[in-house]
Design a protein around this ligand. Structure first.
Ligand SMILES: O=C(CO)[C@H](O)[C@H](O)COP(=O)(O)O
Ligand SMILES: [Mg+2]
Ligand SMILES: [Mg+2]
Length: 226
């Protein structure tokens, strides 16, 4: 286990892996969620990647979008969009607010939940985010391509990214930016299949080593990418 900080090698390996379209494991912080997410650039996701997220991560499969893309597509925070008492004072113990936005499916999916369907939704979100960042995919195109409710939860990144919030939403988007990838990343928490608890960083790191994947600490991304 690496104990140097910042772990420059891990950050560089994460950036290079992401640039190639490979997944990276990111631990946010022991004093935040204390969770490790498997994170992919959205446009690189295929049905095998969704299978890995379901079987080896097991949490909620979400796509984080940059604030600029979410603004272009007029995507609200879910808590602001819903008028329901459950959204009042929806305080988190570990952060100021949730990054949840709308849940969506691509309009060419059937139920939206199969590996093929979720891969299609996620990949097309990645491609559309890339186009939106170039000014070529607006709110009307988003609404004609995706419907809500759906089976992939969108997350909206903070405007100032890591300066504003240090969740997996922003850590993943900052890594995408550093790797010159589209401003859309899939995140999914690693949950222990036996205990149902969040996988420990040591356990997640061992998984990464077995699978030949990069594991990186959020604090190292914060130091190197901020
Ligand atoms: O709750 C979540 C969605 O399943 C996850 O924690 C995900 O990592 C994104 O949230 P955050 O940016 O708060 O870490
Ligand atoms: Mg969470
Ligand atoms: Mg998280």
């Amino acid at each position: 286990m690496s104990s140097t900080h910042p772990d420059v090698d891990a950050v560089e390996a994460a950036r290079a892996a992401f640039a190639r379209g490979e997944p990276v494991l990111i631990h946010d912080a022991a004093d935040r969620e204390g969770e490790v997410d498997i994170v992919y650039p959205a446009a690189a996701v295929d049905p095998d990647a969704v299978s890995r997220l379901r079987n080896d991560a097991g949490g909620l499969i979400c796509v984080a979008l940059s604030d600029a893309v979410a603004e272009t597509w007029e995507l609200p925070f879910l808590a602001d969009a819903l008028e329901h008492p459950a959204t009042e004072a929806a305080h988190l113990d570990y952060d100021d607010r949730s990054s949840f936005s709308l849940p969506v499916n691509h309009r060419e999916t059937f139920t939206g939940i199969t590996d093929d369907d979720r891969a299609l939704t996620i990949r097309e979100l990645g491609r559309a985010a890339d186009a939106a960042a170039e000014g070529a995919f607006g709110a009307d195109e988003f609404a004609s391509s995706f419907r809500s409710p759906g089976h992939v939860t969108l997350l909206r990144g903070a405007p100032g990214l890591l300066a504003d919030r240090q969740g997996h939403t922003e850590l993943g988007l900052a890594l995408a930016d550093a790797a010159d990838r589209e401003p859309a990343v899939v995140v999914c928490e690693m949950v222990d299949g036996d205990t149902g608890e969040a996988r420990t960083p040591a356990d997640a790191r061992a998984y990464a080593e077995r699978e030949g994947l990069v594991y990186v600490e959020g604090r190292d991304l914060l130091t190197r990418l901020d």
